[in-house]
Ligand binder design. Structure first.
Ligand SMILES: [Zn+2]
Length: 54
């Protein structure tokens, strides 16, 4: 759903590390911070306030 080249430029807003896509749940994941960022209408919402912990 998210193109790889877009994923490549996205980073976690908290730790600035790379994030990965969880296609099954339509979220982007930072394993370091254990945050899940939502994707709304195909647009990643890279805001800590909008992220859920897991
Ligand atoms: Zn992070």
């Amino acid at each position: 759903m998210i193109e790889q080249r877009l994923l490549d430029i996205l980073a976690c807003p908290q730790c600035k590390e790379a994030i990965r896509q969880d296609e099954a749940n339509c979220v982007l994941i930072c394993d370091q911070c254990r945050l899940k960022f939502p994707v709304r209408d195909g647009i990643p919402v890279m805001l800590v306030d909008e992220a859920e912990t897991f």
